[in-house]
Design a binder for this molecule. Structure first.
Ligand code: PLP
Length: 402
């Protein structure tokens, strides 16, 4: 079996940076307490871990007040809270064809029950949404626009600032799903910011599953979808009003919060720009080399501003078979299929079997790109000596890999 080459970062990042593992181990080994539930020494340590994660998440979403950031167990829950917790009966809501099912399914669920009306704004063949199409789809009853900052299938980045402005000027709310951008693309801030931001912690933020970020600006107040203990105002049978208490019922996953804080701090130390450059250097070399292979169809345009994702299909092959062969031949771990984002495939022309997706994370190397290209060549029956080396000159090793 060839050595493992992990290229599935848009699903979840791996390997995790050492400080993330250390942070999680510290929480598990050394802290005997549940955050927000006590005053003994370890309870204070647990509180400090949660406060550190909240502060780090606030920096990433550009929130001045960390108490407008709820730490939830996943982006899926965060998007459900944002959608179910904010919409009112009769609202018309817009989403985009480039969105993930974590957005589309809650909206469809509400629409199926006659609680809202919802329309999907199309994207182009790269996954990009034209802001003019959003403006055109806006109705007098439209009150919310939800959209993925970047497509998890092609990496295409949406013009979040313009989309947020369109919603604001029409008196609606904007909800940004930054799951594929937080940690690898700067999030819109200041006047360009959206009203709500949700981000997965285990992808480009380098944390683990179990912790995600839900920010809402002051005055945007989602109802609590989950009611329960908060460790505060326990004599009241109603959920506390305070944003983070209202949205964080139940004992938090302390290890995941420690990992999120360490992951964000690690990303900040390396620099989002440096991490993005590294990923795109590999991603664009991969695209260029794959483009030379007859039968390979690249998806998207290789948006250098989005996350470093390379999507493709191989003529005559089911994407699932391509992914299986990539692993068999070269140890390459890639994702195949619809990637929980069915609608975009209609626009990409990949609605049947979907696509193969590669994502280039901090620890990938030029060797991974060569392995992918050689393996795809082998699938197509071409000897690898025919391929131009995508890295003909000696390449730099990024500092975090040294
Ligand atoms: C764009 C996007 N939104 C939301 C999600 C949901 O994240 P999670 O499964 O971690 O809740 C994902 C994860 O695949 C995603 O790619």
């Amino acid at each position: 079996m060839p050595p493992r080459r992990y290229l599935d970062h848009p699903a979840t990042s791996w390997p995790k940076p050492e400080p993330v593992i250390d942070g999680i181990l510290h929480a598990l080994r050394d802290v005997g307490a549940a955050a927000g539930r006590g005053i003994h020494a370890d309870a204070r340590r647990a509180d400090a871990i949660r406060a550190g994660a909240r502060a780090a998440a606030a920096r990433i979403v550009g929130a001045d007040d960390p108490h407008r950031v709820a730490l939830v167990t996943g982006a899926t829950l965060g998007l459900n809270v944002a959608i179910h917790g904010l919409v009112e009966p009769g609202w018309h809501v817009l989403a985009t064809a480039a969105d993930h099912n974590a957005t589309l399914r809650p909206l469809q669920w509400l629409a199926d029950r006659g609680m809202i009306e919802f329309d999907v704004v199309p994207c182009d063949a790269t996954g990009r949404v034209d802001p003019d199409d959003v403006a055109k789809a806006w109705r007098p009853t439209t009150r919310m626009l939800v959209f993925s900052h970047a497509s998890n299938v092609t990496g295409a980045l949406q013009d979040a600032a313009t989309l947020a402005r369109i919603a604001r000027e029409r008196g609606g709310l904007s909800v940004l799903d930054a799951s594929q951008t937080a940690g690898i693309v700067p999030l819109p801030s200041g006047a360009s910011a959206t009203d709500v931001v949700v981000a997965a912690g285990h992808k480009w933020l380098q944390g683990t599953e179990g912790a995600a970020v839900l920010f809402a600006r002051a005055g945007v107040e989602p109802r609590a979808l989950v009611q329960g203990g908060t460790g505060t105002a326990s004599d009241d049978l109603r959920m506390p009003e305070r944003f983070v208490d209202r949205l964080e019922a139940g004992t938090p996953d302390l290890g995941a919060l420690a990992g999120l804080a360490a992951g964000i701090a690690w990303v900040e130390r390396q620099g989002i720009g440096a991490l993005a450059d590294h990923g795109h250097r590999l991603g664009s070399a991969c695209r260029q080399a794959l483009a030379t292979l007859p039968g390979v169809r690249l998806l998207g345009s290789g948006d250098a501003k989005g996350p470093p994702i390379v999507g493709f299909t191989v003529e005559g092959y089911d994407p699932a078979d391509v992914a299986a062969l990539l692993e068999q031949i070269a140890g390459v771990q890639a994702r195949a299929g619809l990637h929980c984002a069915a609608l975009i495939h209609r626009h990409l022309g990949t609605a049947g079997g979907g696509s193969v997706r590669l994502g280039f994370g901090p620890f990938n190397t030029p060797g991974d790109v060569r392995a992918v290209v050689a393996a795809v060549g082998e699938i197509l029956g071409q000897p690898d000596s025919d391929f131009p080396d995508p890295f003909p000159i000696p390449t730099q090793v990024p500092p975090w890999q040294e």
